[in-house]
Design a protein around this ligand. Structure first.
Ligand code: GLC
Length: 481
């Protein structure tokens, strides 16, 4: 099958979150399936352009029309990718290559990614790679299925389109005038993209894609409800027939405690007791916590934003510290109010709390390895990857039973068995605290059961093999339809 995957980020070239991880491992997993040809198209951001590691050759160039604008696009092919995925970067100094800083957040983001979406389709046509399926991701490429139906049908008549939602919160809203000014599509497509007089790109994608997927089964069901759908429940409900949830995997080669170069000691499911003890001691030293092997180390690697459940943690943090003998370590950056809270907490309890307000992939690995308990109380979580990273490194998760967290962390029973971690059902600070206390009790009072749980967590298969097969089933179905 010929598959074209379009996204605004993909590791190792460029990544701001989980989408970047998925776009590293999923194309690879699909390319390993015999008979598949996989193309991945990404914007040629300054950070990629400036990186001498990525050798490229130009393979095409053309102009993209966006209303009255005519914008140059170059297409560069990456020469040194080993796994068979063909990677192309869309070059535009104006929209991507000459911009410093973060990859999102510019005032003209709507126009930038409208350009990218069109350029992707033009690339496929120009390179004569006519895919059976285009798989596009989140709002940045959400215009693709609409453009395909409204403009590119004659050029790509048999190509189907699957749209994947990684997070419904960011939908690609633009002013109503965007429709004429930037997209200049025939008027009859206006209602497809219209929401309350504005353009909503994700709405258009949900309506026009042949199939819509999201990144866990539970999240697919949650999206039917206003609480989770951020205004799109009325669009998603009628599309339920074509909505599938496929739970993400993680890159088990990158996230492997046996080989991870960032770790001070290596281990597997059979040797984790010594290996994790060494990693814990080194981590406590690195972050300035007392090196206490028997004090449970609770850890969190996260963007410090509201929906990650930090308000719950802030609410109970002091009570947790007073009532429990445990250490807390947080790594991440984000909203100033949370950064400040954890900095102050660490100053107030230097022997119990450490806060590293920074982005550091090596330290993140050392935290997955050196921690005992991983906290993920997200308010909503389409899939979530770090709870799987944590389990792979033998760190027991305590999570809010929502979205992918619910699907990947079945709750243990009172003996710490028949599940993978501790969960709480309602988004409530003291329910979270109770789940934490149950986990800490197992750690203190039944260390053997706690270690058995760590072992079971480490033995899980979180690889992309199974999800990649599910994507194939979806693609096959969509091509047959
Ligand atoms: C988004 C979601 C996260 C998911 C990731 C990859 O970042 O918030 O839950 O794991 O996309 O699909």
């Amino acid at each position: 099958m010929k598959i074209a995957m379009l996204a605004s980020e993909g590791a190792p070239y460029i990544k701001s979150g989980g989408l970047g991880d998925v776009m590293e491992a999923l194309p690879s997993a699909l390319a390993r399936i015999p008979g598949n040809e996989v193309v991945l198209i990404l914007p040629y951001y300054k950070k990629i352009l400036d990186n001498p590691k990525y050798e490229v050759e130009q393979v095409s160039q053309f102009y993209v029309s966006l209303g009255w604008r005519n914008q140059y696009a170059g297409v560069y092919r990456l020469k040194n990718r080993a796994d068979g995925v063909r990677v192309y970067f869309i070059d535009s100094l104006y929209y991507f290559g000459a911009r410093e800083g973060a990859i999102y957040g510019d005032i003209d983001d709507g126009e930038r990614f409208a350009f990218f979406s069109k350029a992707c389709l033009d690339t496929l046509v120009n390179l004569d790679f006519i895919p059976d399926v285009i798989q596009c991701n989140d709002w940045q490429t959400a215009l693709v299925p609409t453009l395909l139906k409204a403009q590119y049908q004659p050029l790509l008549p048999d190509t189907k389109c699957v749209f994947t939602i990684h997070n419904v919160e960011y939908q690609g809203w633009a002013e109503g005038s965007f429709f004429d000014d930037v997209l200049a599509l025939p008027w009859e497509w206006r209602p497809t993209l219209d929401m309350s007089g504005c353009v909503n790109m994700m709405k258009g994608a949900i309506e026009t894609a042949d199939m819509v997927s999201t990144v866990s089964e539970t999240y697919a069901r949650e999206l039917m409800y206003p609480y989770y759908a951020h205004g799109l429940d009325s669009v998603l409900s009628p599309a339920a027939w074509k909505l599938t949830g496929i739970t993400n995997g993680i890159d088990v080669n990158t996230f492997n405690p046996e080989t991870d170069p960032a770790l001070p000691a290596h281990y597997n499911a059979d040797t984790f007791r010594e290996g994790k003890a060494a990693c814990k001691a080194a981590l406590q030293k690195e972050v300035g916590l007392p090196q206490a092997p028997d004090v449970p180390l609770m850890v969190m690697v996260t963007r410090l934003v509201g929906h990650k459940g930090l308000d719950l943690l802030c609410h109970i943090a002091r009570q947790l510290i007073w009532e429990e003998n445990a250490q807390l370590l947080i790594l991440g950056t984000g909203e100033a109010r949370f950064e400040q809270f954890f900095r102050e907490l660490a100053e107030e309890f230097p022997d119990r709390v450490a806060a590293k307000i920074t982005f550091n992939l090596g330290l993140a690995s050392r935290i997955y390895a050196g921690g005992d308990i991983y906290l993920m109380p997200s308010k909503s979580e389409p899939c979530g990857l770090s709870q799987m990273n944590a389990m792979r490194y033998g760190t027991v998760p305590v999570v809010h039973a929502t979205g992918g967290l619910k699907d990947t962390v079945p709750p243990v029973d009172e003996n710490g068995e028949n599940g993978l971690g501790f969960t709480f059902q309602s988004y409530n600070a003291h329910d979270f605290l109770n789940a934490l206390k149950r986990c800490l009790a197992l750690y203190h009072h039944n260390p053997q059961a706690f270690q058995k749980l760590q072992y079971v967590d480490m033995c899980q298969d979180f690889s992309w093999d199974v999800p990649a097969q599910k994507y194939m089933q979806m693609f096959t179905k969509v091509c047959a339809g």
